[in-house]
Design a protein around this ligand. Structure first.
Ligand code: NAD
Ligand code: WQD
Length: 339
């Protein structure tokens, strides 16, 4: 298949590009570089040996999106493009609703016009809101606690409604838990701009000497060591999950919309991640326990049964590999991508 990867220059998108090409698919990327650097492209071409067409524009530009579909023979779309910082979404809700919903509208309109019927959408475990108890199953009701989360809930609903009204359209809603790690080559990885919001890149920057110490948000949760528990999933396992979901839609034309959790099904505490990272890197990771971060849940992890049963996909890589691969990327690229 020739797959359009929106947001393909970003963290998860770039790793999925590698997995798609390794599985024999062709890739076209569209990205506006609002949260990525153009230098990722050369890295991807070196890693895959493929030449990857890049369209650098904002998907909300309906004319350009339309032209892209007219110029490239697209068979399917994986839609990663979006803004993703939870805290920022509460400060700039309009930007989040506009970017995340607007890009989806333009994309889906162009798909309909050009007869493209397969869409894999980047959703998030955040759609389980705050009332669910782990492990989360896909049939739980969805809700959110911040504008970012609402954009995911809304996009899932919008895509479900459109699929119901569009014979032949197929949509996979992939709900990621906590993606971490990097490609084992160490040449591509997560490169957050400014202070990292997420745990793993923050730890990596402490280990490499860019930051003094980690603040552990909360040491009094009802968990074995008092720190919060999450389901960390290696980004290459996640990438493989996208390839499987795409292929599953092809094998199951009767499926219009389906949600799958992509997680390991196992929880790891903040302090366990700190320890695993110190072991993998051979560097100390100084930390201090501070107040809880508002709205953080104590424990979240997936029930990953549906993806295993239906897609035949399971996350294979351990927390040790997640840390080792993050460290390989971070130590080889202490300041992230050049440019
Ligand atoms: P990322 O920011 O690294 O990648 C997103 C890419 O989309 C960036 O390269 C950005 O430049 C591009 N983009 C944003 N808006 C665009 C637009 N209007 N037009 C064209 N390009 C645009 O983020 P990521 O971590 O790779 O996440 C990818 C997707 O997965 C996002 O939709 C995110 O919400 C979702 N997700 C991420 C996580 C996570 O923890 N990283 C968890 C669950 C879901
Ligand atoms: C993990 C744990 C923090 C940073 C977020 C989004 C979610 C999804 C994935 C997109 C928590 C603790 C963190 C730090 C810390 N994204 N922590 N010190 O919050 O589980 O999920 O990313 O869809 O929607 O909310 O991930 O990596 O921010 O935090 O102690 O400096 O690490 O409190 O317990 P989170 P995270």
């Amino acid at each position: 298949m020739r797959v359009l990867v929106s947001g393909g220059a970003g963290y998860i998108g770039s790793h999925t590009v590698v997995a798609l090409i390794a599985s024999g698919h062709e890739v076209v990327i569209v990205d506006n570089f609002s949260n990525a650097k153009p230098t990722v492209l050369a890295r991807l071409e070196a890693l895959t040996g493929a030449s990857i067409p890049l369209h650098a524009f904002d998907l909300r530009d309906a004319d350009k999106t339309e032209r892209l579909f007219a110029d490239e023979a697209i068979d399917a779309v994986i839609h990663f493009a979006g803004l993703k910082a939870v805290g920022e979404s509460s400060e700039r809700p309009l930007d989040y609703y506009d970017n995340n919903l607007g890009s989806t509208f333009a994309l889906v309109r162009a798909m309909a016009r050009h007869g493209v019927h397969r869409l894999v959408f980047s959703s998030s475990a955040t759609v389980y809101g705050e009332s669910a108890t782990a492990p989360f199953t896909e049939d739980l009701p969805t809700s959110a606690t911040n504008p970012y989360g609402w954009t995911k809930v809304m996009q899932e609903q919008i895509l479900t409604d459109i699929a119901a009204a569009t014979p032949g359209l197929q949509v996979a809603l992939l709900r990621y838990f906590n993606p971490v790690g990097a490609h084992e080559s160490g040449t591509i990885g997560e490169d957050p701009q400014g202070i990292p919001n997420n745990l793993m890149p923050f730890i990596a920057q402490v280990a490499v000497g860019r930051r003094e110490r980690l603040s552990v948000f909360g040491g009094d949760y009802p968990t074995p060591d008092g720190t919060a528990v999450r389901d960390y999933i290696h980004v290459m396992d996640l990438a493989d999950g996208h390839v499987r979901a795409l292929e599953y839609l092809g094998e199951h034309p009767e499926v219009a919309v389906r949600a799958w959790n992509l997680g390991t099904g196992e929880g790891t505490s903040v302090l366990q991640v700190v320890e695993a990272f110190a072991d993998a890197s051979g560097r100390p990771v100084p930390y201090e326990i501070v107040a809880r971060r508002p709205e953080d849940l104590a424990v979240t992890y997936a029930d990953a049964t549906r993806a295993e049963t239906e897609l035949g996909w399971r996350a294979e890589r351990t927390i040790e590999q997640m840390c080792a691969d993050t460290w390989r990327w971070q130590s080889a690229n202490p300041q992230g991508y050049p440019g």
